[in-house]
Write a protein that binds this ligand. Structure first.
Ligand code: BTN
Length: 241
């Protein structure tokens, strides 16, 4: 499925808000909105997302054909975005995925994905998938050491030229809210930053991959496996740079 085009704004409160507004007015699958600056960009768990000029701040209206596995959508989007971003980077650089929604480069956060659904009863009416990628924007001081930017890794282009390929990739990945396939689970395993790491929260144990529904598997000290839904904060015991 293709994107219906990217509409650019100089400034918006949040591209998520604008995309939900467009969706409520009937915007088709793939309609995308980007802003050079967001004044109220939002991240997961109600956090603010610092969005100055120089980054890619984009949201895509998605109308998946199935509603069965909402949690899988953000992960599937992560898989396709990692492929898109790898192609922009010098050979040897590889984007990793930190469950549930972080894009990492060399252990630092390059970007994040925010999938917000609106429901009609049991069915998904639409999902707005927001993508924030640090390109050549300033990083806020709390994340200056833990954040990564494409430009520092050799990308010489602008956020504008990434918008269309990113929007297309999101639209194609979010065309279905079906469980992840065995091939997708394999792809995720090859980029899974948490795999084998010792977790302190939300469950003490070892990160042990994800399920087809997109839940995190945690192997407890007694060998049993528990599954964690998205929306919780993962705390790794080893220090994160
Ligand atoms: C995260 O917390 O990692 C997810 C961040 C998502 C940020 C993007 S930027 C474009 C879109 N608009 C927003 O307000 N948030 C998302």
């Amino acid at each position: 499925m293709t994107a219906a085009g990217v509409t650019w704004h100089d400034a918006l409160d949040s591209t998520q808000e604008e995309a939900h507004r467009l969706a409520s007015e009937g915007a088709p699958h793939g309609a995308a909105v980007a802003a050079r600056v967001q004044t109220g960009g939002r991240g997961t768990r109600g956090r603010l997302w610092f969005s100055p000029e120089g980054g890619l701040w984009l949201s895509v209206v998605c109308r998946p054909e199935e509603s069965g596995a909402f949690e899988a959508v953000g992960l599937r989007v992560g898989l396709v975005l990692a492929d898109v971003l790898d192609r922009q980077l010098p050979a040897g650089s590889r984007v990793a995925l930190k469950w549930p929604n972080d894009l990492l480069l060399d252990d630092r956060k390059l970007g994040g994905i925010l999938a917000e659904a609106r429901w009609h009863g049991e069915k998904i009416a639409w999902i707005v998938v927001g993508v924030g990628i640090n390109v050549r924007n300033e990083l806020p001081s709390p994340v200056r050491r833990s954040g990564a930017r494409l430009a520092d890794a050799g990308f010489t282009g602008s956020p504008d030229e990434l918008a269309e390929p990113v929007a297309l990739a999101v639209a194609s990945a979010a065309a279905r809210a079906a469980p992840l396939t065995p091939a997708e689970l394999d792809q995720f395993a090859r980029r899974d930053w948490l795999l084998g790491k010792v977790l302190a929260a939300p469950e003490p144990g070892l990160a042990d991959g994800i399920t087809p529904a997109g839940l995190l598997r945690v192997r407890r000290p007694d060998g049993s496996v528990t599954k964690v839904v998205t929306g919780v904060e993962v705390r790794v015991v080893e220090p994160v740079p």
